[in-house]
Design a protein. Sequence first.
Lengths: 263, 300
Amino acid sequence: MFNVFKAELVKLKRASLSLSTLAAVLFITGLTTSLLFLLVDSPQGNGREGIRISRETLALPSGLSLSFSNAAGLLGIVALCIFAAQTAQEYTYGTLRNLLVRQPSRMKVLLGKLGAMKLFAIVVVVSAGIVTFALSYLFAGVKDISTAAWGTSDARSAALRTFINVIIATIGYGIFGMILGLLFRSPISAISIGVIWNLIIEGLLSVFVEDLAKYFPGQLLSIVASGGTENISYKYALITSYAFLLGGIAIVAFLFKRRDVSN
Amino acid sequence: MQNTAIDVRDLSKKYAERMAVSHANFSVPMGSICGFVGPNGSGKTTTIRMLLGLISPTTGDGHVLGEDISQPEKYLPRVGAMIEGPAFYPALTGTQNLVVLAKLGGFSTDSVQGLLEKVGLGDRGDSKYKTYSLGMKQRLGIAAALLPNPKLLILDEPTNGLDPAGIQEVRALLRQLADEGSTIFVSSHLLSELEMICDQLVMLREGKVIFTGKTSELLAAQQPVVVAKPEDMKDLNKLVEIAKSLGHQATLLDDAVHVKGEQNFAAQLNKAAFAAGITLASLAPIQASLEETFFEMTGE
């Protein structure tokens, strides 16, 4: 399994993939951070779905990591696309047969790939977090928001919690992408279905139908990233979303192990 | 030490109602170069995929390097393979692609540059795979197959897309690997190439093995042919009739009459043609080539 992990890292480290992913992620987190702080006095709101997050809220110890947790859903979509593409492209390039000749244990191939992609996601999330925190200080200064509470131990533990939650959520989205990649065996199909499902189907239905977010893995992962909401607890969101993912990965792992590799 | 590199017994693969491979029985001796031939869709690639653990047989069993094909992890570290042409990551360089496979198999990456040089890509290792020509891709596929320093090399159409010089290089490389003790199982449509390098053959038609054994035995079993060419091309059909009237099977091929018959039949045909007022420009007894034998046996 470690051999597969090392081999997968060679592919993930290539400049065209790693730099473009970092650029996309930094753009997303930069955008959400700048909107959160620069629109703090806007009557149209400065948070997700027009929510107003006040100067006082931003000045709290948790204010430092607020924009980072807000960006988790979009970071998750990036992870979904990468995990789905890295998995499904083995079918479209025909490279799966090479992988399986060199590593016949299909479970090792699956777990090694997943491990490497998780590491890649962690590196990307940590980089995005560092940039977000730096931008938060910068924009707080611009908008004259107090950062006195951001240096306290409460702020540090809130930041650490947010880091862990965003990583858990991002990896969850990635696993969802991997499931789709194995199921559809085409990067375009897997990515488009994943993005449509998360952004349109889940997003729209959970706005219009009350309590439906409780049953949608994408919505639940977003709640995990934000540490829970008034209606859905962190624990429920974490356990339910990962139960969905474990069920999904068990089904596709079974199919992957049994299916003939004939392309 | 086992004597066979590959041994399959009653191996079959059925897709829905279609039998892709039907009760195949053959063995490939250790240290041999064995050609695997058959028309498109005859089951060659399906058989190779079963030998490599990529698809599971419907019935039957097989052994590769003495291990059961249901446990490919036991023999694949000693097997190099290129199946249905080369397949690599377009955005990675040739070197990076080989490094991925070397790490995957737990092999040293030190051999990568040497292998690239061996297949004539020494100076193109840093170019991205997507910039390679078909011939270069094929060479990279062969280099990848050589990564494990294989005891058994399974190659599916290794000369596809190569120019004549490249084909000659691959032929020499396979010969060299066989001399070093590797067993080579190679499928190709270039039958003249296989005839030159293979000492064993497995021939498939519609999923069934129709010949397995030494190439020399197959060719020796074929009836020799006398090829006659009249001075005047208008006499071709007349010459066919004369050969047939002498009790021999004759066909027109490439402006010449091919008559099945032993070497001494040439003199009889010459006399009969002369008597009918036909002057022969050339008359030569030849041994059937693998290509002719293949067409005859597969009915292509």
